[in-house]
Design a protein around this ligand. Structure first.
Ligand code: HEC
Ligand code: HEC
Ligand code: HEC
Ligand code: HEC
Ligand code: HEC
Ligand code: HEC
Ligand code: HEC
Ligand code: HEC
Ligand code: HEC
Ligand code: HEC
Length: 338
């Protein structure tokens, strides 16, 4: 819970404080840690280490030619090959930590500060702080305290780093994709969407198969069209500030303004719709006419007993007459019929 309350800048400050304290008085670091609850990663420690502990990517490549090859042509590898900051210029060691001891030992799994493979002894926090040293802004700004972070997910659970060239990656992802091409320009994910997310979100997998569903299977939307898996300040990790803003971003005609507003529509599209998929037509949460009856129980015709032949029940279609259920601009559209 506490993680949720942490302000994003806070851990960065702590890292600064801890490393500054380390430089002056090594014993003080432990105290600081206890007080703030921050975990010191090898990277944070390395900030206090002299540059001499870094050997440079060229040295790594002498023994790890395969990893060098699988990294250098990725978007990130390419960016680090043309560094814009001292951190970028560290290349391999920006993630794996300073490699002097590892190289002096002639390699080995225990001597490299940070590694990400299955048998890695590093904690999730240590793995993530490697990535967060560069990616703590932009879309990753709200990572700290996000649902995924607080469930101890690592960046590398979703992301692949040594994936070769972009072309190779697209090919690999493409053959894994069950649906249309992944709608994303960022190729460094372990699986294509929505498969990546559906590994855990089984309920959404089921919803995708329902007769009425958002068009993911058709390749028109993807999970990240609406959600930011790195966290957001909005409900349900939505990109937009409210559910309605989310829907308006594509269904712009629903925004209005309307002369006659239907209050539940303006309040929340999810009053009637289930965005991921539903067994009812038009993504309705509840089948017609029950979806209307769920609110309009006291009104005249909806829930009153009707004869079987009543036009009000015909085809269960309240919207046969109230066709502009999302709002009307006609002067006499107060009953949403025109
Ligand atoms: C952006 C962070 C990052 C950078 C930079 C990086 N790596 Fe890695 N490295 C990883 C991750 C993540 C894995 C785990 C790969 C996996 O799980 O598929 C890994 C795995 C490895 C492995 C062991 C796994 C294997 O594939 O056999 C080696 C060795 C390695 N990296 C070396 C390097 C070298 C050498 C460089 C520089 C050319 C480098 N790494 C740059 C993140 C990074
Ligand atoms: C002298 C050769 C040598 C050099 C130079 C070297 N390594 Fe290694 N590295 C090894 C060996 C050997 C292993 C152990 C591989 C194993 O047990 O599978 C290893 C293991 C690793 C692993 C762990 C792999 C895993 O399974 O997770 C990483 C990460 C790694 N090296 C990164 C680096 C980086 C980064 C550099 C540059 C700073 C570097 N290495 C330089 C030989 C070297
Ligand atoms: C030294 C700084 C640095 C570190 C550390 C770092 N990155 Fe990056 N990363 C970059 C840069 C620079 C880019 C290119 C961004 C751009 O062009 O806008 C990038 C791009 C990316 C991209 C988008 C490109 C793609 O291949 O899909 C992903 C995803 C990514 N990084 C994930 C990670 C993960 C996961 C880690 C930790 C294992 C990590 N990064 C660690 C600097 C870093
Ligand atoms: C739940 C899965 C998941 C986790 C966990 C995750 N990512 Fe991502 N990340 C994605 C997906 C999916 C995309 C592609 C988004 C798109 O194309 O719009 C992405 C895109 C990115 C990008 C490139 C585009 C951008 O948003 O700038 C970077 C950089 C990145 N992630 C870094 C990270 C870092 C750092 C972490 C850990 C702090 C992390 N990711 C954790 C799924 C994840
Ligand atoms: C068209 C936009 C949209 C797309 C695409 C979308 N979602 Fe959602 N998602 C929403 C909205 C809106 C909510 C909030 C619904 C609510 O509160 O009733 C939500 C809620 C969620 C929740 C939280 C539910 C809860 O009980 O709090 C999860 C998990 C989720 N979505 C996962 C996914 C996954 C996985 C995908 C990709 C298969 C996906 N979503 C695609 C709009 C979308
Ligand atoms: C490794 C498992 C895993 C993967 C992969 C994963 N998630 Fe999640 N996700 C979780 C867990 C655990 C939660 C927290 C569930 C809860 O609080 O009930 C969660 C929560 C969410 C929520 C709800 C947030 C809220 O505020 O209630 C959304 C939305 C979401 N994930 C979207 C995604 C998307 C989009 C992807 C793919 C890019 C993804 N997830 C991939 C495990 C995962
Ligand atoms: C990223 C764009 C996007 C967002 C955001 C979005 N939609 Fe959609 N929606 C679509 C597309 C594309 C279709 C398919 C339209 C078509 O095939 O003509 C669709 C179809 C629908 C349908 C008709 C489904 C059917 O079975 O005929 C409903 C209802 C709907 N959306 C409601 C919503 C709601 C409610 C939200 C907000 C939670 C939302 N949409 C957010 C793109 C989006
Ligand atoms: C009071 C319940 C209710 C609310 C709230 C609601 N809708 Fe609907 N929506 C419906 C019904 C009922 C249908 C089916 C219309 C029909 O049968 O003619 C529908 C159909 C749709 C369709 C597909 C058919 C079309 O007309 O394009 C979209 C898209 C849609 N709604 C978007 C939205 C959006 C966006 C919101 C939020 C601004 C929203 N709805 C809020 C009841 C609702
Ligand atoms: C979430 C609750 C809710 C749902 C579901 C709902 N409505 Fe409404 N509806 C309202 C509210 C609140 C008003 C405003 C009542 C008022 O102004 O007295 C309203 C107003 C109306 C009006 C105009 C009534 C008047 O006296 O001006 C009509 C017609 C109507 N709704 C039809 C429908 C139909 C048809 C459906 C099903 C597609 C539906 N409603 C679903 C809450 C709902
Ligand atoms: C044959 C056309 C027709 C059908 C079908 C129909 N309505 Fe109506 N509805 C009307 C008319 C006309 C009015 C205007 C007020 C009146 O004269 O009763 C109205 C008024 C309303 C009102 C506002 C006045 C009131 O009675 O409180 C609500 C709410 C409403 N309808 C809901 C529904 C619901 C829910 C359904 C589906 C069960 C439905 N309507 C089906 C024609 C229809």
């Amino acid at each position: 819970m506490r993680a949720k309350l942490r302000f994003t800048m806070f851990p960065i400050l702590i890292v600064g404080v801890v490393s500054a304290a380390l430089a002056q008085n090594p014993g003080a670091a432990d105290e600081n840690k206890k007080q703030t609850g921050a975990k010191t990663s090898p990277l944070a420690q390395s900030a206090a280490k002299p540059d001499g502990d870094y050997v440079g990517s060229e040295i790594c490549a002498t023994c790890h030619a395969d990893q060098q090859k699988s990294f250098v042509h990725t978007i990130m590898g390419n960016a680090m090959a043309h560094p814009k900051s001292a951190l970028d210029a560290r290349g391999c060691e920006s993630c794996h930590g300073p490699g002097r001891a590892h190289v002096d030992a002639g390699g080995g799994k225990d001597s490299i500060p940070v590694r990400f493979t299955k048998d890695s002894p590093n904690t999730v926090e240590e793995k993530n702080s490697a990535c967060l040293s560069c990616h703590s802004k932009g879309n990753q700004l709200f990572w700290r305290g996000s649902p995924h972070e607080s469930r101890a997910m690592a960046c590398v659970d979703c992301h692949d780093v040594h994936y070769g060239t972009q072309a190779q990656r697209y090919e690999a992802l493409g053959s894994e994709s069950r649906y249309s091409a992944p709608l994303t320009e960022h190729v460094g994910t372990r699986k294509p969407q929505p498969e990546l997310c559906l590994q855990c979100h089984q309920m959404r997998r089921a919803q995708l198969q329902r007769s009425s569903h958002m068009p993911y299977r058709e390749g028109k939307v993807t999970c990240t069209s609406c959600h930011n898996p790195h966290g957001s300040p909005n409900p349900s990790q939505l990109i937009q500030s409210t559910i309605n803003e989310n829907c308006y971003s594509c269904h712009t005609e629903r925004r209005g303004p309307f002369l006659w507003e239907h209050p539940p529509v303006m309040e929340n599209c999810a009053n009637c719709h289930e965005p991921h998929g539903s067994s009812n037509p038009e993504l309705l949460k509840v089948r017609m006419p029950r979806v209307c009856d769920s609110c309009h129980d006291a009104s005249r015709h909806p829930t009153q007993a009707q004869t079987l032949s009543s036009i009000k029940n015909f085809n269960r279609g309240c919207t046969n007459c109230h066709s502009l259920i999302h709002g009307s601009n006609h002067p006499s559209g107060n009953f949403f019929m025109r």
